[in-house]
Design a protein around this ligand. Structure first.
Ligand code: 5AD
Ligand code: FES
Length: 349
């Protein structure tokens, strides 16, 4: 096991069989070793810096019906909301004053937000905050739409691939959605020039060790600038409400393996990881992650953006999250970095 981890550390690559072997056989001692090597790797490129991004969840309307997700369209148990452009601008102003220089605009696939409205939003933010980066996360769109967003000034795009196995994908999503289209979107985004983020849920229903190895190898092949993995957490209004939650241990191992496969990636610790364990995010940082995305959404909409049960931080003001996170990062031995925090290999075309 130690030899395999050393090989991964040296080459930043392993075969599918080797990854499966690690996933299925890692013990406590080798896990510590894996985490140590992942941490060493993040230090090599990013020292002990942790980048902060302000997350604005601007709509919880969604036309999709992903089986795991709390804001899926057939969930009639939640109150839907959309932020107005003015409300989004207010979030940005608050975020700017708290020191954020990246805004992550995330939402369901909401038809109200046409390309024109999204472009208008990007331009409004970019005109006012010329030193800030915009990360969009609004799902699957056409090449042309993505291009418009990029030309309007968006810098980054998050679109988790969720699972890189077509068959597993179809167990988590209705038939209108496919891994092949997801993959096409990611390659389109990359070609256009975005810094892209992919990622998968750890411990999602029906997932096998081979699926996880394929997820990691898909990331290696795609070579995204950012990778967000998080544990699956059941949501009470979905058909997966009785399924088992992803484990802390497995999530941490996936973070460390991701860091070793993609040494220069920006890797956030997710809110889902903080939800399954009070120190989950700190453990993620120690296993090689280097980004945290505290919530900037207005407090009255936060509990409506519940992708899964028991989500943390829904009762806190943006400023509370900002300083809570800073404390946590510093207590874990890292330093916050409030710059835009672009991937070290990216430049706008
Ligand atoms: N548990 C964990 N993560 C979830 N997501 C959606 N629903 C859940 C859930 N029940 C994740 C998906 C999506 C991201 C925005 O949130 O991976 O890409
Ligand atoms: Fe939100 Fe801690 S990060 S309260």
């Amino acid at each position: 096991m130690k030899e395999l981890i050393d090989k991964l550390y040296r080459n930043n690559n392993l075969s599918k069989e080797e990854l499966i072997y690690i996933i299925e056989n890692i013990d406590e001692e080798s896990k510590e070793y894996l985490i140590e090597k992942a941490n060493e790797t993040r230090h090599k490129y990013y020292s002990n810096k942790v980048f902060l991004r302000g997350l604005i969840e601007f709509t919880n309307y969604c036309k999709n019906d992903c089986y795991y997700c709390g804001i899926r369209k057939s969930n009639s148990n939640i109150e839907r909301y959309r932020l107005s452009l003015q409300e989004i601008m207010d979030c940005c102003e608050l975020g700017y004053n708290l020191g954020y220089r990246t805004y992550v605009l995330q939402g369901g696939e909401d038809g109200y937000f046409t390309d024109d409205r999204i472009v208008q939003m990007i331009k409004a933010i970019k005109n006012k905050y010329t030193d800030c980066a915009i990360t969009l996360s609004v799902g699957e769109k056409s090449y042309e739409s993505y291009k418009k967003y990029y030309e309007a000034g968006a810098d980054r795009y998050l679109l988790r691939h969720e699972t890189a196995d077509e068959e597993h994908y179809s167990k988590l999503h209705p038939k209108e959605l496919s891994f092949s289209n997801r993959k096409k979107c990611l390659y389109d985004l990359k070609e256009i020039g975005f810094q892209i983020g992919a990622g998968f849920m750890v411990g999602s229903p029906y997932q096998t060790s081979e699926n996880l190895a394929n997820d990691l190898l898909f990331l290696k092949e795609l070579n995204p600038h950012m990778v967000g993995n998080g544990p699956f957490i059941p949501q009470k209004d979905t058909q997966f409400n009785k399924k088992k939650q992803g484990t802390l241990e497995s999530s941490i191992i996936m973070t460390a393996l991701t860091r070793l496969l993609l040494p220069k990636a920006l890797i956030p610790v997710t809110t889902a990881l903080g939800t399954i364990h009070p120190l989950g995010r700190e453990m993620g940082l120690k296993a090689g992650a280097n980004v945290v995305m505290p919530n900037l959404s207005p407090r009255d909409v936060r509990e409506k953006y519940l992708l899964y049960d028991n989500k943390i931080c829904t009762g806190d003001e943006a400023a509370e999250c900002r300083f809570c996170i800073q404390n946590r990062i510093e207590n874990a031995g890292f330093k916050i970095d409030l710059s835009r925090g672009d991937n070290i290999e990216w430049r706008r075309l």
